[in-house]
Design a protein around this ligand. Sequence first.
Ligand code: GLN
Length: 490
Amino acid sequence: MSDLTKLTLKAAVDGLKNKDFSSREITQAFLDRIETVNKDLNAYIVVTGEKALGMADQSDARIAKGEGGRLEGAPLGIKDLFCTQGIKSTACSAILGDFAPPYESTVTQNLWDQGAVMLGKLNMDEFAMGSSNETSHYGPVVNPWKRNDGANTKLTPGGSSGGSATAVASDMCLAATASDTGGSIRQPAAFTGMVGIKPTYGRASRYGMIAFASSLDQAGPIAKTVEDAALMTEIMCSADDKDSTSLHIPVPNWTKDVGAGVKGMKIGVPREYRVDGMPAEIEKLWEQGVAWLKEAGAEIVDVSLPHTKYALPAYYIVAPAEASSNLARYDGMRYGDRHTSGDLIETYETTRADGFGTEVQRRLMIGAYVLSAGYYDAYYLQAQKVRKRIAMDFDEVFSTCDALLTPTCPSAAFGFGEKAGNPVEMYLNDIFTVTANLAGLPAISVPAALDTQGLPLGLQVIGKALDEASCFKVGGVLEKAAAFSHKPTL
Ligand code: GLN
């Protein structure tokens, strides 16, 4: 049997159904792979080997009886942001200690209901705050890709879903769950040559997802192909009474959209995304993307999203504001670690000072500041108005076109420490991704080329609200045209 860990999710699910191999075999192959490569890459912080093999045996029994769900027997990795019943779930923060939730997130439950097998929990930036995985309490994740300069510099896989991206890119799972508040699915997918999609806000339930910024947080997958991403998204999304912002509408069959083509579609190219200092090769790749879509029969239109330049500042007000409110619950009384000192107030203070990392503390201070009396109107309210403007810009362009094409990020993967010293420089990496979160829109990143350093670059397709279908159609065409088959050498 060829290496089972190299299969796509679709090929693995088909192979399992045909009984070409068993779930135990493929699960064991992934556990062996994790054993070999995870110590260098640090993608998994918890490996649930015994549980995985138990789930695999149950899948094999169902497959033998001709039963089984759409992911029956397929081993997946789970971002540590998702609560998994009885298994340590900490959003990679020290403050949650060894917290093992007594309940399961809806997204992961949906996967298990379709027969998926859990390999373990994946590393991430602390509370999903970061673009490089350097803020994790469990240490940074390493990108399996290296620059071709022979220097062997360790690169970040992006963040916050860096563990998910590295795990899929280095064949430590078939696909992984991830979450995206300002780009945390799409940027790590782009940095590792993988596909990642953030669905429309409200498509996937936030129940059991450890909250960062509730009006922006959205779950989605990181996968090897657009088809795998569509399959994962179909299963992860559902209407859910346990999340008041969940959309009570049916989940379409997106896998059928992947090969549907773009003939007759109008694709917008927003001129404001041509930012200063963007490397020429990213600009060139964007033009290449336009050419690919034209060849496939799409009409390309130049469009304007005039408030784009305010998106990043607005995001870095709204997200910290919501975080400061969400993270108030970590007081050492209910979950995780408590650092007792003096009276109750001092215990709160010590617990929070010891438990939260520097970046989280920075966000909480920014959030508390912009929400405080006297500053609320100047910052938070203003940012909310900008957010509305950004959504109106999108409404305007989507009255004339079906989807937008942009680069996913303004750079390829960078090295550890290259941006970590300057938070603003780190935040600038999210410039093309935060707009979709602010407007609640679906957006996919598809690997499109290697840059001159030999690193993957992604193209982003932003769709109308609830029109993931167009993201998958355009993504499918880009994937086919790019024929990106490069793999990192480990
Ligand atoms: N990098 C962005 C931030 O640090 C986005 C994070 C995310 O999407 N979770 O806030």
